[in-house]
Design a protein around this ligand. Structure first.
Ligand SMILES: Nc1ncnc2c1ncn2[C@@H]1O[C@H](COP(=O)(O)OP(=O)(O)OP(=O)(O)O)[C@@H](O)[C@H]1O
Ligand SMILES: [Mg+2]
Length: 235
């Protein structure tokens, strides 16, 4: 018997600027153990986040013994290998140190509709049993990893433009392509466990531009090797 609840996969899709990241930030505000694949990068600007740029830095931080961490992993290069390494770290952190929240931003860049990469697959298929909540976002659901979509506990579907993407989401939500939102910031939320669908239209005054502010001084973690090489500011 587990002493924690099962985790959830929250699949979040919508065209660029539709509101995905803003909604995820809102939902994960109180998460004290959080690790983000942050290629854009955006999360590192938010209060309480530690920015990590390389693999050694990430390992050092995760093995530092600190229980409560909000980590934005900003890869220097956006490759499948980097993504899979990050996914492996997130999975092992949740499995060995207790439930955590994992956010993978823009999976279309580093996954495909075929078989998921090794650790991303492990995270999606086994992570929920360790109480891990996984947010996976994509602008292009028809071109992203189908493992996350196929196993989603909740789908948040913002506005989509391409017919293939609208059809893909309609098929997964069990609705018509015409039901998929077109309006900015509007989204459908479908609980895949009970089939209950809600439509949200949250135009929040004052929210616009929240993610576009310049970054405050953020804490940067890099491995000893990169520090000594002097590339401290390399993203
Ligand atoms: N409900 C909302 N009401 C008003 N403004 C919003 C709302 N949601 C998001 N915004 C604003 O819209 C812009 C785009 O939002 P956001 O970055 O969350 O979109 P996104 O879907 O993650 O885009 P991308 O795919 O390019 O990362 C931001 O400036 C954000 O502050
Ligand atoms: Mg975003």
């Amino acid at each position: 018997m587990n002493d924690h609840r099962d985790g959830k996969i929250i699949f979040v899709t919508g065209k660029t600027r539709s509101g995905k990241t803003t909604e995820i930030i809102k939902r994960t505000k109180s998460a004290t153990r959080l690790i983000v694949w942050d290629p854009k990068p955006e999360f590192y600007k938010l209060p309480g986040f530690i920015r990590v740029n390389d693999t050694n830095g990430l390992i050092n931080l995760l093995t530092s013994g600190k229980k409560h961490l909000r980590i934005a992993y900003v890869p220097k290069v956006i490759t499948r290998e980097q993504f899979d390494f990050w996914a492996g770290c997130a999975y092992k952190w949740g499995r060995s140190r207790g439930p955590c929240t994992v956010i993978a931003e823009e999976t279309a860049d580093i996954t495909s509709p075929g078989k998921a990469t090794h650790w991303w697959g492990q995270l999606i298929r086994k992570g929920l049993g360790y109480g891990i909540d996984i947010y996976a976002t994509t602008q292009r659901p028809s071109e992203s990893d189908s493992t996350a979509l196929g196993n989603a506990s909740v789908i948040l579907c913002f506005s989509l433009v391409k017919t293939t993407d609208r059809k893909c989401m309609a098929d997964n939500l069990g609705c018509q392509a015409t039901d998929i939102p077109r309006k900015k910031h509007e989204f459908i939320e479908m609980n895949m466990d009970d089939g209950v669908m809600k439509r949200h239209n949250p135009v929040l005054p004052g929210l616009s531009g929240q993610l576009d502010k310049p970054a405050p001084d953020s804490l940067n973690i890099q491995s000893q090797t990169s520090k000594t090489r002097g590339n401290r500011n390399v993203r």
